[in-house]
Design a protein around this ligand. Structure first.
Ligand SMILES: C[S@@+](CC[C@H](N)C(=O)[O-])C[C@H]1O[C@@H](n2cnc3c(N)ncnc32)[C@H](O)[C@@H]1O
Length: 445
């Protein structure tokens, strides 16, 4: 089965460790990039710990150069995107299953050899050194032998695999149905940086305007380095994520609550479209980011509340509510390749219960005839269409389908029912997009 190769790296991995002098008692050169990549991968594989959690921990500890962090992220992401195939390739060269940390180190080796263009001597040597540093010295000889064989024969094994089928867990593959293969092809690609510009702001140099209005920068672009960042000319928001607020239509002068607001991309869109916005966010840490973003964008007129949206109620009933509900986030798998391995089917059941509760809370905030825009960055039907159908079945809502005209810039995202549904396989020729779902409900009675 033909597969999409990982594109050429944007941040090249150093071929060796940092070259720092050997400290007393330290037998191998320091290599913070591989150490961090190893922590990320073992976190995901051994503990189902999210990639961001490992990075957050690091932020609290020793500072690390941005470039090293980006390289570590790229290496770990390469291993996680191709995890199923890499494990299958390793099976061909291992007689018995090694301990999990050894398997993780070997995964980094195979990722470098077969997916990230690292020269064989560096790929093998850096992993052997890593193992010595990380208490896995007894397995260093095995790693050396296995990875040398992978360097010689791994491509042949790789070519015999249906990689897409292996690189997402079976429960997700079957849940995605006929979209599974295109989604996985999208998963292999590094996501670009998409910007939403404030009205009238110029398109930054190097940016491409997309049919929906978002501006796309090449993968690896750092937003903070683009001129205009400090002046609040734009913010990061995937093209697919920028659509739901636009699908609320003209919100000028309307009272709108954004119930799950941080980091604030959608709050900013609402405020700049002229709505009177109340932003609700439960997590204090995330609230701080929301405030920071609103300040950078000069949107001081947004009312921000640290509250649980299940309990918060407006003083007077609202014209519209935006509910960008907490979800499995499987639609963001290009940016968060750990998500397919850290989520389990049982998580979906817990999340859908929360989504139903928030939809009911939103109804209590709206005036009769008021609009709920429900959105999730999930690819799972249970969190999207099924939540909307369940709300309609509970009563008190009618569906207001998105029209062909409203989705003229992205017609492929309109479903038969008038829902908005994107996935990472869409716009393959333009660099893909996140998976998103949105629907519009109107409060009856
Ligand atoms: C999907 S993110 C929202 C992204 C945001 N709308 C944007 O476009 O930038 C969900 C947010 O909802 C917050 N959240 C989750 N449950 C909540 C609740 N019951 N009340 C308020 N905020 C909640 C989470 O802390 C998280 O920041």
């Amino acid at each position: 089965m033909a597969s999409t190769r990982t594109p050429r790296p944007t941040h090249r991995l150093p071929a060796h460790g940092s070259g720092a002098p050997h400290h007393h008692g330290q037998r191998t050169p320091a290599d913070p990039v591989r150490d961090l990549a190893f922590d990320i991968v073992t976190g995901v594989v051994e503990h189902r710990r999210m990639l961001e959690t490992t990075l957050d921990k690091l932020r609290q500890g020793a500072p690390m150069e941005g470039r090293d962090r980006a390289a570590a992220h790229r290496l770990a992401a390469g291993a996680l995107r191709h995890r199923g195939s890499i494990e299958e390739i390793l099976k061909a060269f291992l007689h018995k299953e090694p301990p999990v940390p050894v398997r993780c180190a070997l995964m980094l080796g195979v990722a470098q050899l077969l997916y990230l263009d690292v020269p064989p001597h560096a790929a093998v040597g850096t992993v052997v050194d890593l193992m010595r540093r990380r208490g896995l010295a007894p397995f260093a000889g095995l790693a050396n032998a296995v990875l040398r064989r992978v360097a010689r024969e791994g491509a042949r094994v790789r070519n015999s695999l249906d990689e897409a089928r292996l690189d997402v867990p079976a429960w997700l593959w079957s849940a995605w149905g006929e979209r599974a293969r295109p989604i996985t092809e999208g998963f292999y690609k590094e996501a670009p940086l998409d910007l939403t510009l404030r009205p009238g702001a110029p398109v930054p140099e190097g940016g491409t305007q997309l049919p929906t209005g978002s501006v796309r920068m090449t993968p690896g672009t750092r937003m903070t380095e683009i001129p205009g960042f400090e002046g609040g000319q734009f913010w990061a928001q995937d093209a697919a994520a920028a659509m739901p607020v636009r699908l609320l239509g003209d919100v000028k002068g309307l009272h709108v609550a954004d119930l799950c607001a941080a980091p604030g991309g959608k709050t900013a869109q609402l405020a700049l479209a002229g709505a009177t916005v109340t932003a609700i966010e439960r997590e204090e840490g995330r609230l701080a980011r929301l405030r920071e973003n609103l300040e950078r964008l000069g949107l001081e007129n947004v009312a921000v509340h640290n509250a649980d949206a299940n309990a918060w109620r407006p003083e007077t009933p609202l014209d519209a509510v935006l509910l960008d509900a907490p979800c499995s986030a499987t639609g963001t798998l290009r940016r968060h390749p750990d998500v397919v391995w850290t989520k389990r089917p049982a998580d979906i059941a817990t999340l859908t219960e929360g989504q139903d509760n928030l939809i009911d809370a939103a109804r209590a905030m709206l005036k009769p005839g008021g609009t709920l825009l429900y959105a999730v960055c999930s690819l799972q039907d249970e969190e999207g269409p099924e939540r909307v159908k369940a709300a309609l079945a509970r009563g008190g809502w009618s569906l207001k389908p998105f029209t062909v005209e409203e989705l003229a810039a992205l017609p492929e995202a309109r479903t038969e029912e008038g829902f908005y549904r994107t996935h990472p396989g869409m716009w393959a020729d333009k660099g893909g997009m996140d998976g998103f779902f949105a629907a519009r409900l109107v409060r009856e009675g």
